[in-house]
Design a protein around this ligand. Structure first.
Ligand code: TXE
Length: 478
């Protein structure tokens, strides 16, 4: 194995008090990397370094920021195959998906390189004579980034790139399952010409390092993607301080299939949306709402299509569905199948543990026929498990689509323009898809949801400015 992957604090590579091993979920016998685990003291150091660097970085020229981000984006794109292979090994998504994610991360940095040059304000006529009003955006200060494991390059990219583009200093904590991907990003950022302290990496536990970041009084903004439980804790803990918070949490995304849909297309949307990336996407189509007239045909086509899906190691040729990312996640998926059985849902395909040539966390995608009140139809499982619900009509399907505690993404498969337009308007979700899987979004437009899914301003695209800047209104009397 190569050198121990270290943390990046105040422009230097630092060891930690302890080390950890990053697992390869496709092949448990060959770990991906050994990494230095940061502790609360190093979190303190990183925040202080970011705080010291923030004021001058806030005044850096847009050109300087654009150049740094463009450097990072260009290098990621040039190395997308290598970074994709690392991602596939560490997180477990098939190589093609992992490489596409690496490319997406590169494109995000390129996009925000451009945005750094397009920071605008407003000049507004005052209601009073001889007064000018200027509205401008300024950086927030020190941004703590707490990221999940399921998109270990793209999610950090869509948080780090706008933070730096708008002039903030960053302390980035990747999820514990994916330290090597976090390190690879940091290694590129360390060569991008950023002043010491502007960007810092801490690989370590949520409870220790994540918690230290959340509690630190010099952190001005926290952006978090992860579980609802931890998201709620973060929100509660910072409520009494004036910290900006952005939370992206779970989803239970409905995909409605109407009687007039192109059924082959609907099945493809459902299979891709529910099972690709092993279902480990907050936008996964895990709640399939199907109109009664096509219910039997849809279920039977789903079963046929699911038989063709090859479960296997992330790097193996022909793999459609990689392993589940970790043992606890696999156990969670299996326990939900038990819950489904106990509640009266019928498992009509998959759900079995699969043995491959190497030992890993493999399971076949599972399809349940359930009822709206079942936990498997309401809670985020975060695995390759989808539940089909029967709807009597379009109106019933829409009601079922909206009847969850979440509101990230909602999809519909239909050939009716009228229904599609109505659904776009009435789906209670931050994102809506027509004849597309609920998962799979562009990198240059807003991402985020409603209800229990998200809190705070949207991520990505130009809307990212809402979180990573603060607005100033200046009055001048000539
Ligand atoms: O999430 P956590 P995990 C859901 C999904 C999954 C479950 C658990 O259901 O099964 O969450 O995944 C850091 N203070 N999603 O354990 O624990 C942690 O180190 C500060 C859905 O990965 O929420 C990591 O960096 N930070 C989601 C990040 O928070 C803390 C994507 C997320 O970890 C912390 C991922 C604490 N007390 C998981 N505890 C989606 N919908 O996209 C943990 N962390």
């Amino acid at each position: 194995m190569q050198e121990i992957l270290r943390n990046y604090i105040n422009g230097g590579w630092e060891t930690g008090a302890t080390t950890g091993l990053s697992e390869n979920p496709s092949d448990l016998a060959t770990p991906v990397a050994e990494y230095a685990r940061a502790d609360a003291r190093q979190a303190q150091q990183a925040v202080l370094a970011a705080h010291d660097a923030a004021a001058s970085w806030a005044l850096s020229t847009p050109q300087r920021r654009a150049d740094a981000l463009d450097f990072v984006g260009s290098e990621i794109l040039a190395r997308k195959d290598e970074l994709g292979a690392l991602l596939a090994r560490e997180e477990g998504k098939p190589l093609a998906e992992a490489t596409a994610e690496a490319a997406r991360a590169g494109n995000i940095f390129k996009f925000f390189a451009g945005e750094a040059l397009r920071i605008t304000g407003d000049k507004v006529a005052s209601v009073r004579p001889d007064i000018d009003v200027d509205v401008t955006r300024e950086p927030v200060g020190v941004v703590a980034i707490i990221a999940p494991w399921n998109f270990p390059l793209a999610i950090p990219a869509w948080k780090i790139a706008p933070a730096l583009a708008y002039g903030n200093a960053v302390v980035f904590k990747p999820a514990e399952l994916v330290p090597a991907c976090g390190w690879a990003l940091a290694e590129i950022l360390s060569r991008a010409g950023l002043p010491a302290g502007v960007f810092n990496l801490l690989n370590g536990s949520g409870r220790q390092v994540g918690q230290a970041l959340i509690e630190h009084p010099l952190v001005d903004a926290i952006t978090f993607t992860g579980s609802e439980t931890v998201g709620a804790q973060v929100r509660q803990q910072v409520a009494s301080r004036g910290v900006k918070v952005q939370l992206e949490m779970g989803g239970k995304n409905p995909l409605v299939v109407l009687g007039d849909a192109d059924l082959d297309r609907a099945v493809e949307c459902a299979v891709q949306g529910a099972f690709f990336s092993t279902g480990q996407r907050c936008t996964a189509s895990s709640r399939l709402v199907v109109e009664r007239t096509v219910y039997d045909g849809f279920v039977s086509r789903m079963r046929d299509r699911m038989k063709q899906l090859k479960v296997g190691p992330a790097l193996a040729r022909g793999t459609d569905i990689g392993p589940v990312a970790s043992k606890p996640q696999l156990e969670q998926n299996q326990s939900y199948l038990e819950i489904g059985r106990a509640e009266g849902a019928e498992l009509v395909a998959g759900g079995r543990l699969v043995e491959c040539e190497t030992a890993g966390h493999y399971m076949s995608p599972a399809l349940l026929l359930g009822a709206p009140e079942h936990r498997t139809a309401r809670e985020e499982i975060f695995g390759p498990v989808a539940t089909v619900l029967k709807a009597d009509s379009y109106e019933h399907a829409l009601a079922l689509a909206n009847d969850t505690p979440y509101g990230l993404c909602a999809g519909i498969c239909t050939t009716s323009l009228k229904r599609a337009s109505h659904f776009k308007r009435h789906a209670q979700a931050g994102m809506v898809m027509v004849n597309l899987p609920t998962a799979g979004v562009d990198y240059h437009v807003p991402f985020g949801g409603r209800k229990g899914s998200s809190h705070g301003p949207r991520e990505q695209g130009r809307y990212a400015a809402e979180f990573y800047t603060t607005v100033k209104t200046a009055y001048t009397c000539a």
